[in-house]
Design a protein around this ligand. Structure first.
Ligand code: FAD
Ligand code: FMN
Length: 612
């Protein structure tokens, strides 16, 4: 290779340079030219860039030691930690590739910095019913707002996290992807939408995407990419030494008690599992337990009847051959159908009417709600083969339950509070898969596959003396039992106030005698209850908050942490609305300032939600 340089290098530098260049392949040459162009544009030398990145470590969450150019900002919006974990992986990958990368939580991101970004990797989950996690709310609003800047100079790519059993699958990722493009940013890599078993798809996408930021190359920017990991679960690790989602612990059942009184039409169970000596099953109050259920014999029989398939037919699931009946029991979702299931059904067995329905979002959503696979097979029949059926269905997912015990108070045990799901829909009586599995458990000889799902966003205050206000309806009481058990053992405990709601005082006052005990012992300072169906007028937890508005505000001003747990669809929103009203009146604030006050509570992690 002959190089002509115009005299700006010394002869030693020139010798070093030419021998170094001779070792490079074409893509390394391209990368280095980009890197040097970046330095030149900033008027810096390499040593300046390195010291700049070292200085940054002290001020923000920059963990990258990569000193190359261009820089990459990895921006994550996460609630339960999956996105945060991926963002850290992305940072490691970037660093390994010599890209100077910065990791930022959307919760702490200054929106005015957006325009100055050069390369932006967005990792964001979707929560509620298709809304951003709280940490991403402000940035999401900003990019859709009037003040959103032009982003002409920004290269970006988006990884969305979600769960395709929700109608608005990965909606927040989609929003970011589409809106950044509208603002003028250049999509380098097509968006990926990762489902519940996201690890493999996310890793693969990150491996392709990170290098694109190194070279600024566009890789398939045209169509957003939706990748559903249908029917493929991550393979089990060999001989793991700890119990995780991929390697659940088979927990013996100590106890199963009905928490409802006689005459109740519903059922809530208290279940105690033994986790004695199980590595990986350590938890903190506020964490949830993941439970892998089996589908009921009843539902499996219905599927076999409607398809006319034989229980003994062989199918392949996750590269393992097994009987159809076994796969239907253990491996695939039967009680819920989702958009991806219907799409795969349509691809395999075209049906005009079903296609029409799937193209009408409102009607389609209404149809999916409460329908199971038997409904689909009955309503839009086809000659389904066993092999295709298993390919069409999505893998059976664990269900999560807020742990209702404190590990300090109940060492070696894990307690759950499970509402048994039963309802009537489309002419059939239906039962929730996991709650039915747990309710049918035999205490003596069955075991529950369980793992811990950490919930860092729902934690007792670090200081035991900080007052807490706990608001929950129905099974939303579960984590508060853990909180109060935990506080009961603390030396100097602060005030605690529980607001609990359910339908009837007589039959649905969950853990009533325990709360009375805690009130006596002082672990619980106050308790207010709302039973919605006891009187002529419906009474809810938010009404009890309102009745006690002045004192609730006083607790807030004293620094109380507020928790909301249970129903996501209505209760959580109503309680937040009531809190805002309380702050507005008793803090003598405008509506906007009151909203800001409650928003700040959430930002400071003094208002925490565990809703589903
Ligand atoms: C972080 C977290 C914590 C949780 N904590 C708890 C807890 O402490 N206790 C608890 O009981 N649950 C808790 N849940 C909910 C729990 O995970 C399950 O979703 C619940 O037990 C139902 O699961 P299932 O398998 O029994 O029902 P599934 O088989 O999953 O069926 C549920 C589906 O049935 C449909 N459905 C239900 N009722 C109706 C109706 N009336 N009409 C039409 N369709 C209906 C809905 O489509 C729903 O998605 C929590 C969830 C999360 C995410
Ligand atoms: C209460 C709740 C609501 C959710 N709503 C949605 C949703 O509307 N759409 C979706 O795609 N995923 C939804 N999810 C799934 C999450 O996005 C998914 O679990 C993701 O991996 C979480 O990532 P994070 O831990 O980074 O927040 C929901 C999860 C929970 C617990």
């Amino acid at each position: 290779m002959s190089i002509k340089l115009n005299g700006s290098l010394s002869s030693d530098q020139l010798e070093l340079f030419t021998s170094f260049v001779a070792t490079l392949n074409p893509s390394q040459v391209a990368w280095i030219s980009g890197y040097l162009a970046g330095l030149s544009a900033q008027g810096q030398g390499v040593s300046e860039v390195q010291s700049q990145s070292t200085a940054a470590v002290a001020t923000e969450a920059v963990v990258s030691s990569g000193s190359g150019q261009p820089t990459l900002t990895i921006l994550y919006g996460s609630r339960t930690g999956n996105g945060e974990g991926l963002a850290k992986k992305a940072l490691k990958l970037a660093t390994e590739q010599g890209i100077k990368a910065t990791l930022k939580n959307m919760a702490d991101y200054k929106t005015r910095d957006l325009q100055a970004e050069k390369n932006l990797l967005v990792i964001v989950s979707t929560h509620g019913e298709g809304v951003p996690p709280f940490s991403a709310k402000e940035l999401h609003e900003f990019i859709y707002g009037k003040r959103a800047p032009k982003l002409d100079g920004v290269n970006y790519a988006v990884l969305g996290l979600g769960d395709s059993s929700y109608f608005h699958f990965c909606k927040t990722g989609k929003d970011f992807d589409e809106q950044l493009e509208k603002l003028g940013a250049k999509r380098l890599v097509a968006r990926v939408a990762c489902d519940v078993d996201f690890e493999a798809a996310a890793d693969e996408w990150l491996k392709t995407t990170i290098p694109a930021f190194g070279g600024g190359e566009v890789i398939a920017s045209a169509a957003p990419q939706f990748r559903l990991l249908a029917n493929k679960t991550t393979k089990e690790e060999t001989k793991p030494d700890t119990h995780t989602k991929k390697n659940p612990f088979l927990a013996p059942v100590y106890e199963k008690i009905s928490l409802h009184g006689k005459g109740s039409k519903r059922q809530t169970l208290h279940i105690e599992l033994s986790t004695e000596d199980a590595p990986g099953l350590d938890y903190q109050p506020g964490d949830a337990a993941g439970v892998y259920p089996l589908n009921s014999d009843e539902l499996v029989s219905e599927v076999l009847a409607v398809t006319g398939l034989n229980a003994g037919d062989f199918v392949v699931f996750n590269e393992v051959e097994k009987k159809l009946e076994t796969a239907l029991h253990k491996n695939v979702e039967l009680s819920k159908i989702t958009i991806d299931v219907v799409n795969r059904y349509l691809e395999t067995y075209p049906n005009e009417k079903l296609k029409e329905l799937s193209e009408n979002p409102d009607k389609f959503k209404e149809y999916l709600d409460g329908r199971d696979i038997v409904d689909l097979l009955q309503d839009y029949p086809a000659e389904v083969t066993a092999e295709n059926l298993i390919k069409i269905l999505r893998p059976l997912q664990p269900r999560y339950y807020s742990i209702s015990s404190s590990p300090k108070a109940c060492p070696g045990e894990l307690h759950l509070t499970v509402g048994v799901v039963q309802y009537h829909n489309a002419g059939r009586h239906k039962k929730g898969t996991c709650s039915t599995f747990l309710s049918d458990l035999s205490v003596d000889d069955e075991k529950v596959p369980v793992f811990i799902e950490s919930n860092p966003g729902f934690r007792l205050p670090e200081n035991d003396e900080t007052p807490i206000i706990m608001v929950g309806a129905g099974t939303g009481i579960a984590p508060y039992r853990a909180f109060v058990q935990h506080r009961d053992l603390a030396d100097n405990k602060g005030k605690s106030w529980l607001f609990f709601g359910n339908r009837n005082f007589e039959t649905e006052f969950l853990y009533q005698t325990e709360w009375q005990g805690f009130l006596k012992s002082g672990a619980l300072t106050k308790m207010d209850v709302a039973f919605s169906r006891d009187g002529d007028k419906k009474l809810y937890v938010q009404d009890k908050l309102q009745e006690n508005a002045a004192e609730v505000f006083q607790w807030l001003e004293e620094g109380a942490h507020v928790y909301i747990c249970g129903d996501m669809k209505k209760m959580a929103g109503d309680v937040q609305h009531t809190l805002t009203k309380i702050v507005e009146k008793h803090g003598v604030l405008s509506k906007e300032k009151a909203l800001e006050y409650v928003d700040n509570l959430q930002k400071e992690k003094r208002l925490q939600l565990d809703v589903y």
